[in-house]
Design a protein around this ligand. Structure first.
Ligand code: ATP
Ligand code: MG
Length: 253
Protein backbone atom coordinates (compact mmCIF):
# COMPACT_ATOMS: atom_id res chain seq x y z
CA UNK A 1 0.00 0.00 0.00
CA UNK A 2 1.39 3.37 -1.04
CA UNK A 3 1.54 6.24 1.40
CA UNK A 4 -0.57 9.19 0.39
CA UNK A 5 0.99 12.61 0.79
CA UNK A 6 -2.00 14.50 -0.41
CA UNK A 7 -5.55 13.44 -1.11
CA UNK A 8 -8.11 15.61 -2.83
CA UNK A 9 -11.72 14.66 -2.31
CA UNK A 10 -14.54 15.90 -4.54
CA UNK A 11 -13.15 19.39 -4.95
CA UNK A 12 -15.19 21.82 -7.06
CA UNK A 13 -14.73 25.40 -8.19
CA UNK A 14 -16.73 27.59 -10.59
CA UNK A 15 -15.59 30.58 -12.60
CA UNK A 16 -18.68 31.83 -14.41
CA UNK A 17 -19.41 29.20 -17.03
CA UNK A 18 -16.31 27.13 -16.25
CA UNK A 19 -16.80 24.43 -13.66
CA UNK A 20 -14.15 22.25 -12.12
CA UNK A 21 -16.30 19.30 -11.08
CA UNK A 22 -15.73 16.89 -8.22
CA UNK A 23 -12.03 16.32 -8.68
CA UNK A 24 -10.57 13.51 -6.57
CA UNK A 25 -6.97 12.47 -6.77
CA UNK A 26 -4.05 11.51 -4.61
CA UNK A 27 -0.29 11.78 -4.83
CA UNK A 28 1.79 9.15 -3.07
CA UNK A 29 5.30 9.02 -1.73
CA UNK A 30 7.88 7.96 -4.28
CA UNK A 31 5.84 8.65 -7.37
CA UNK A 32 5.73 11.17 -10.19
CA UNK A 33 2.28 12.02 -11.50
CA UNK A 34 1.73 13.92 -14.74
CA UNK A 35 -1.31 16.20 -14.87
CA UNK A 36 -2.58 16.40 -18.43
CA UNK A 37 -5.41 18.05 -20.29
CA UNK A 38 -6.21 20.56 -23.04
CA UNK A 39 -5.76 24.31 -22.52
CA UNK A 40 -8.41 25.50 -20.12
CA UNK A 41 -9.15 22.00 -18.76
CA UNK A 42 -8.61 23.13 -15.16
CA UNK A 43 -5.07 21.96 -14.31
CA UNK A 44 -3.80 25.28 -12.97
CA UNK A 45 -7.08 25.86 -11.13
CA UNK A 46 -6.76 22.47 -9.39
CA UNK A 47 -3.13 23.22 -8.49
CA UNK A 48 -4.07 26.60 -7.02
CA UNK A 49 -6.80 24.94 -4.96
CA UNK A 50 -4.23 22.51 -3.55
CA UNK A 51 -1.99 25.47 -2.71
CA UNK A 52 -4.89 27.27 -1.01
CA UNK A 53 -4.19 30.12 -3.46
CA UNK A 54 -7.83 29.88 -4.51
CA UNK A 55 -10.86 29.21 -2.34
CA UNK A 56 -12.68 26.00 -3.24
CA UNK A 57 -16.47 25.90 -3.50
CA UNK A 58 -16.60 22.45 -1.95
CA UNK A 59 -14.56 19.36 -1.16
CA UNK A 60 -11.72 18.45 1.17
CA UNK A 61 -7.97 18.20 0.89
CA UNK A 62 -5.94 16.03 3.27
CA UNK A 63 -2.21 16.50 3.71
CA UNK A 64 -0.33 13.59 5.34
CA UNK A 65 -3.62 12.23 6.61
CA UNK A 66 -5.06 15.42 8.14
CA UNK A 67 -7.51 17.83 6.55
CA UNK A 68 -6.12 21.20 5.46
CA UNK A 69 -8.14 23.94 7.11
CA UNK A 70 -8.86 27.28 5.58
CA UNK A 71 -6.08 29.78 6.26
CA UNK A 72 -3.72 26.95 7.20
CA UNK A 73 -0.34 27.80 5.72
CA UNK A 74 1.92 25.58 7.83
CA UNK A 75 1.58 22.54 5.58
CA UNK A 76 2.95 24.63 2.73
CA UNK A 77 6.45 24.37 4.21
CA UNK A 78 6.43 20.76 3.10
CA UNK A 79 5.36 21.66 -0.41
CA UNK A 80 7.40 23.09 -3.24
CA UNK A 81 5.30 25.02 -5.73
CA UNK A 82 6.33 26.21 -9.14
CA UNK A 83 3.61 28.46 -10.54
CA UNK A 84 2.66 28.49 -14.22
CA UNK A 85 4.21 31.91 -14.62
CA UNK A 86 5.72 34.72 -12.64
CA UNK A 87 6.50 35.41 -9.04
CA UNK A 88 5.46 38.47 -7.08
CA UNK A 89 9.15 38.88 -6.20
CA UNK A 90 10.51 39.83 -9.61
CA UNK A 91 12.28 42.88 -8.21
CA UNK A 92 14.72 40.57 -6.40
CA UNK A 93 17.84 38.97 -7.86
CA UNK A 94 17.84 35.17 -8.15
CA UNK A 95 20.06 34.93 -5.07
CA UNK A 96 17.86 37.26 -3.03
CA UNK A 97 14.80 35.30 -4.10
CA UNK A 98 16.24 31.94 -3.02
CA UNK A 99 17.54 33.41 0.24
CA UNK A 100 14.12 34.89 0.91
CA UNK A 101 12.45 31.50 0.30
CA UNK A 102 14.81 29.48 2.49
CA UNK A 103 14.10 32.02 5.22
CA UNK A 104 10.35 31.48 4.78
CA UNK A 105 10.81 27.70 4.83
CA UNK A 106 13.05 27.94 7.89
CA UNK A 107 16.01 26.06 6.35
CA UNK A 108 18.46 28.97 6.09
CA UNK A 109 20.93 27.36 8.50
CA UNK A 110 21.63 24.44 6.18
CA UNK A 111 21.83 26.43 2.94
CA UNK A 112 24.88 28.64 2.99
CA UNK A 113 25.61 31.48 0.59
CA UNK A 114 28.22 29.27 -0.99
CA UNK A 115 25.77 26.42 -1.62
CA UNK A 116 23.18 28.79 -3.10
CA UNK A 117 25.90 30.28 -5.31
CA UNK A 118 26.79 26.83 -6.59
CA UNK A 119 23.17 25.99 -7.40
CA UNK A 120 22.74 29.28 -9.27
CA UNK A 121 25.95 28.80 -11.17
CA UNK A 122 24.97 25.27 -12.29
CA UNK A 123 21.72 26.74 -13.60
CA UNK A 124 23.62 29.59 -15.26
CA UNK A 125 21.88 32.25 -13.20
CA UNK A 126 24.81 33.66 -11.29
CA UNK A 127 24.45 37.30 -12.17
CA UNK A 128 24.51 39.11 -8.87
CA UNK A 129 22.92 42.32 -10.09
CA UNK A 130 20.23 41.20 -12.49
CA UNK A 131 16.64 41.39 -11.24
CA UNK A 132 14.36 38.46 -12.09
CA UNK A 133 12.13 41.02 -13.81
CA UNK A 134 14.78 41.43 -16.52
CA UNK A 135 15.36 37.68 -17.08
CA UNK A 136 14.53 35.81 -20.27
CA UNK A 137 11.50 33.51 -20.22
CA UNK A 138 13.54 30.34 -19.65
CA UNK A 139 15.72 31.99 -16.99
CA UNK A 140 12.58 32.95 -15.06
CA UNK A 141 11.36 29.35 -15.29
CA UNK A 142 14.68 28.11 -13.89
CA UNK A 143 14.47 30.43 -10.88
CA UNK A 144 10.90 29.34 -10.19
CA UNK A 145 11.99 25.69 -10.37
CA UNK A 146 14.85 26.28 -7.94
CA UNK A 147 12.51 28.12 -5.60
CA UNK A 148 10.24 25.07 -5.57
CA UNK A 149 12.94 22.47 -4.78
CA UNK A 150 15.42 24.38 -2.58
CA UNK A 151 13.94 23.18 0.75
CA UNK A 152 13.75 19.52 -0.34
CA UNK A 153 9.95 19.35 0.00
CA UNK A 154 7.91 16.21 0.62
CA UNK A 155 5.49 17.23 -2.14
CA UNK A 156 6.37 19.04 -5.33
CA UNK A 157 3.69 20.72 -7.41
CA UNK A 158 5.01 22.00 -10.72
CA UNK A 159 2.83 23.83 -13.23
CA UNK A 160 4.41 23.31 -16.67
CA UNK A 161 7.97 23.17 -15.34
CA UNK A 162 9.63 22.40 -18.67
CA UNK A 163 7.99 25.24 -20.53
CA UNK A 164 10.74 27.35 -22.22
CA UNK A 165 13.58 25.33 -20.66
CA UNK A 166 16.71 24.57 -22.74
CA UNK A 167 17.51 20.85 -23.35
CA UNK A 168 20.50 20.51 -21.01
CA UNK A 169 18.61 22.06 -18.09
CA UNK A 170 15.52 19.97 -18.87
CA UNK A 171 17.71 16.85 -18.54
CA UNK A 172 19.13 18.13 -15.27
CA UNK A 173 15.65 18.90 -13.94
CA UNK A 174 14.36 15.43 -14.88
CA UNK A 175 17.28 13.80 -13.06
CA UNK A 176 16.74 15.97 -9.97
CA UNK A 177 13.05 15.07 -9.90
CA UNK A 178 13.81 11.35 -10.18
CA UNK A 179 16.33 11.59 -7.33
CA UNK A 180 13.80 13.43 -5.16
CA UNK A 181 11.20 10.79 -5.91
CA UNK A 182 13.63 7.99 -4.98
CA UNK A 183 14.29 9.67 -1.65
CA UNK A 184 10.58 9.72 -0.81
CA UNK A 185 8.98 12.81 -2.31
CA UNK A 186 5.77 12.81 -4.30
CA UNK A 187 5.63 14.96 -7.42
CA UNK A 188 2.84 16.21 -9.64
CA UNK A 189 3.59 18.24 -12.74
CA UNK A 190 1.36 19.54 -15.50
CA UNK A 191 2.64 19.32 -19.03
CA UNK A 192 1.64 19.29 -22.67
CA UNK A 193 4.82 17.53 -23.76
CA UNK A 194 3.89 13.88 -23.93
CA UNK A 195 7.47 12.71 -24.62
CA UNK A 196 8.61 14.14 -21.29
CA UNK A 197 5.57 12.70 -19.54
CA UNK A 198 6.25 9.26 -20.96
CA UNK A 199 9.85 9.32 -19.71
CA UNK A 200 9.31 10.91 -16.33
CA UNK A 201 5.90 10.00 -14.95
CA UNK A 202 4.77 6.82 -13.22
CA UNK A 203 1.11 7.70 -13.51
CA UNK A 204 -1.01 10.24 -15.38
CA UNK A 205 -4.22 12.05 -14.53
CA UNK A 206 -6.18 13.56 -17.40
CA UNK A 207 -8.62 16.47 -17.13
CA UNK A 208 -11.01 17.67 -19.79
CA UNK A 209 -13.57 20.49 -19.41
CA UNK A 210 -13.11 20.60 -15.65
CA UNK A 211 -13.59 16.88 -15.15
CA UNK A 212 -11.22 14.03 -14.50
CA UNK A 213 -11.68 11.83 -17.55
CA UNK A 214 -8.80 9.42 -17.20
CA UNK A 215 -6.14 8.06 -14.92
CA UNK A 216 -3.62 5.28 -15.29
CA UNK A 217 -0.12 3.98 -14.90
CA UNK A 218 2.20 4.92 -17.76
CA UNK A 219 3.23 1.30 -18.22
CA UNK A 220 -0.32 0.13 -18.87
CA UNK A 221 -1.13 3.13 -21.10
CA UNK A 222 1.94 2.30 -23.20
CA UNK A 223 0.69 -1.28 -23.55
CA UNK A 224 -2.70 -0.04 -24.72
CA UNK A 225 -1.42 2.13 -27.58
CA UNK A 226 0.48 5.00 -25.94
CA UNK A 227 -0.08 8.35 -24.34
CA UNK A 228 -1.09 10.20 -27.49
CA UNK A 229 -3.92 7.72 -28.14
CA UNK A 230 -4.98 7.89 -24.48
CA UNK A 231 -5.12 11.69 -24.70
CA UNK A 232 -6.95 11.76 -28.05
CA UNK A 233 -9.49 9.17 -27.04
CA UNK A 234 -10.43 10.76 -23.73
CA UNK A 235 -10.49 14.39 -24.92
CA UNK A 236 -12.27 13.68 -28.23
CA UNK A 237 -9.36 15.12 -30.19
CA UNK A 238 -9.97 13.10 -33.32
CA UNK A 239 -10.60 15.82 -35.89
CA UNK A 240 -7.02 17.00 -36.42
CA UNK A 241 -6.87 16.18 -40.15
CA UNK A 242 -10.29 17.64 -40.84
CA UNK A 243 -9.48 20.79 -38.86
CA UNK A 244 -6.14 21.25 -40.61
CA UNK A 245 -7.95 21.31 -43.96
CA UNK A 246 -10.49 23.83 -42.68
CA UNK A 247 -7.83 26.22 -41.37
CA UNK A 248 -5.70 25.98 -44.52
CA UNK A 249 -8.79 26.73 -46.60
CA UNK A 250 -9.50 29.85 -44.53
CA UNK A 251 -5.95 31.23 -44.60
CA UNK A 252 -5.62 30.60 -48.33
CA UNK A 253 -8.98 32.18 -49.20
N1 ATP B 1 -9.36 33.90 -12.02
C1 ATP B 1 -10.17 33.42 -12.97
N2 ATP B 1 -11.31 34.05 -13.30
C2 ATP B 1 -12.13 33.56 -14.24
N3 ATP B 1 -11.91 32.43 -14.91
C3 ATP B 1 -10.79 31.75 -14.63
C4 ATP B 1 -9.85 32.20 -13.65
N4 ATP B 1 -8.83 31.33 -13.59
C5 ATP B 1 -9.11 30.37 -14.50
N5 ATP B 1 -10.28 30.61 -15.10
C6 ATP B 1 -10.91 29.78 -16.13
O1 ATP B 1 -10.89 28.44 -15.71
C7 ATP B 1 -10.67 27.58 -16.81
C8 ATP B 1 -9.52 26.64 -16.49
O2 ATP B 1 -8.30 27.37 -16.49
P1 ATP B 1 -6.93 26.72 -16.03
O3 ATP B 1 -5.94 27.81 -15.98
O4 ATP B 1 -7.16 25.91 -14.81
O5 ATP B 1 -6.62 25.73 -17.26
P2 ATP B 1 -5.34 24.83 -17.55
O6 ATP B 1 -5.81 23.42 -17.65
O7 ATP B 1 -4.28 25.12 -16.58
O8 ATP B 1 -4.92 25.32 -19.03
P3 ATP B 1 -3.46 25.56 -19.71
O9 ATP B 1 -3.06 24.23 -20.29
O10 ATP B 1 -3.75 26.53 -20.81
O11 ATP B 1 -2.53 26.09 -18.70
C9 ATP B 1 -10.47 28.47 -18.04
O12 ATP B 1 -11.68 28.52 -18.75
C10 ATP B 1 -10.13 29.81 -17.43
O13 ATP B 1 -10.55 30.88 -18.25
MG1 MG C 1 -2.43 25.95 -16.72
Amino acid sequence: MMNEIIKINNVSKSFGSFKLKNISLEINEKEIVAFLGPNGAGKTTTIKLIMNALKKDKGEIDFMGSPIKQNDVNYRKHIGYMPESGTPYEFLTAREYLEFLIGVYGVEKTKTKEKIGEVLSIFNLKDEKKHIRTYSKGMKQKVLFLGAIIHNPKLLILDEPFNAIEPQTAMLMKNILMEMKDSGSGIIFSSHVLEIVEKLADRVILLNNGEKVGEGKIASIKEKGGLEEFFKELTNAYQVDENTEKIIEVIKS
